[in-house]
Design a protein around this ligand. Structure first.
Ligand code: SAM
Length: 439
């Protein structure tokens, strides 16, 4: 390195210490020249003095690490690059102190909010427990039944309308005991004039069969229906019945290893023939398969109660919308389930938003003509009327696609079907869950 001339003006003893340190860092030796009353040292950078420095010397102070860091930091604070500036602000003392304050406030708010949610949940659970006890012992009124549904988050439109009326009666007529009172049902599927009347769609699908896959492919890809079909078929295990199998659009998602036997049912012969072809192609070695032409509404008429084959899983995709009597069909499925068996549905119907429902209503006739289905039905109402118990209810595509897992009334939930709150907070349900583990 080239030698450089450098001097430090040493005014007092502290500066002397500084000069010494600077020299030590440069591996230089401090030399005292007592007679001239100043310290002069020579380094490869120059001469250091204590006392009156020679007038011609350049005075240049060496910066400490801290000073250099501070300078860089200040430059960053004023940087035109916003990311560098924000980074510097985030490291500033003012910001750090402020953040600590905000973090403490956020923590307190989170804590208070959390406690209030837990408290509300606890009170809900207590009320639910009381109402369910009353339900078991009998003597529960309609308002209380609706309240159970509300507490479980399973109110349908018609239930909301009824509850509104009960609330009005409470507030305006000061009634607080609703024993013996029942209100009109407000069935949306019956009252809505835009829902076309139910019909047997067999002949429609017989004529549609050849074109069906080609016509529906684009629509299904656009809304990524494949992932929903995958969800549906993931549930298939043991002895399986697929109702309204159509052209076998769920076959690609079937995991044959989980299955003991599978029966495909459809009212249209032309549709089920396509399923047959697809299945044989994909699983040529699997022989525990049956293809049955028949109507879901007649399923239980086919055999007496004792002779009836029962299933571990019954699945149906987009079938309820084209059945003549969807409630009857669901009741049949329920009676064909083995203990712990599950009915899994992928259906379309009314959505969560009125703007969407208006579109469905407006185009309901066109839809029926093109696809043979009633796409504006309230699926929740149909499920509630069937007497099945819903284990899982998910809705996508603005609530118009319904993903449902249901079980027979009274059947115990499986471990993986019990949610966090039910498992750890709801005492009555927790008890049921414990029982299910034993069972
Ligand atoms: C909209 S398609 C759905 C087909 C298929 N599940 C799918 O996801 O593409 C409705 C199907 O239900 C069948 N279907 C209609 N009413 C039926 C009934 N009452 N019983 C059994 N199948 C029925 C039709 O023949 C048709 O194949």
């Amino acid at each position: 390195m080239q030698s450089q001339r450098l001097s430090i003006l040493v005014k007092d003893l502290r500066s002397t210490t500084f000069a010494k340190e600077a020299l030590r860092r440069q591996n230089s030796i401090l030399r005292f020249i007592p007679k001239r009353n100043f310290i002069q040292t020579t380094t490869r950078f120059g001469i250091f003095h204590k006392g009156t420095p020679p007038p011609q010397k350049i005075v240049n102070k060496i910066k400490t690490k801290e000073e250099i860091a501070k300078e860089i930091f200040e430059k960053q604070l004023n940087s035109p690059n916003r990311f560098i500036r924000w980074g510097a602000i985030a490291r500033s003392e003012k910001f750090t102190k402020g953040m600590t304050k905000y973090l403490i406030i956020a923590y307190v708010v989170f804590l208070v909010y959390g406690i209030s949610i837990m408290k509300k949940q606890y009170l809900k659970e207590k009320e639910l427990e009381k109402l369910e006890e009353k339900l078991e012992t009998g003597g529960i009124n309609e308002y209380e039944t609706l309240r159970i549904k509300e507490l479980k988050g399973k109110l349908r439109t018609r239930d909301e309308l009824k509850l509104q009326e009960y609330e009005r009666m409470k507030n305006e007529e000061k009634i607080d005991n609703f024993d013996g009172i029942t209100l009109p049902n407000n069935d949306q599927n019956k009252l809505n004039k835009d829902i076309v009347p139910p019909r047997d769609t067999t002949s429609f699908y017989d004529s549609k069969a050849e074109q069906y896959d080609k016509d529906i492919n684009f629509e299904e890809k656009a809304i990524r229906m494949g992932s929903k079909r995958k969800w549906l078929m993931r549930h298939c295990k043991g002895d399986v019945l697929e109702v309204s199998c159509g052209t076998g659009r769920n076959i690609p998602y079937l995991n044959i290893e989980n299955i003991n036997s599978i029966t495909f049912l459809d009212s249209s012969k032309a549709m089920i023939d396509i399923t047959n072809k697809k299945f044989r192609q994909k699983f040529p070695a699997f022989d525990k398969v049956a293809f049955v032409q028949g109507r879901a509404e007649n399923l239980t008429n086919l055999a007496s109660d004792k002779e009836r084959v029962k299933y571990d899983t019954i699945v149906e995709a987009f079938g309820l919308c084209s059945h003549e009597d969807p409630v009857r069909a669901l009741k049949n499925f329920s009676s064909l389930l083995k203990p712990h068996g599950r009915l899994v549905l992928l259906e379309h119907g009314r959505g969560r938003y009125s703007i969407i429902n208006k579109i469905l209503d407006k185009r309901s006739v066109k839809r029926l003509e093109t696809w043979g289905c009633r796409w504006n039905l309230d699926i929740g109402e149909i499920l509630d009327d069937s007497g099945l118990e819903i284990v899982e209810e998910k809705r996508v595509h603005w609530g118009t696609t319904w993903c449902i897992v249901a079980k027979q009334k009274g059947d115990i939930k499986k471990q993986d079907e019990v949610g966090f709150f039910e498992k750890y907070i709801g005492s009555s349900i927790k008890e049921k869950y414990e029982n299910s583990k034993e069972g």
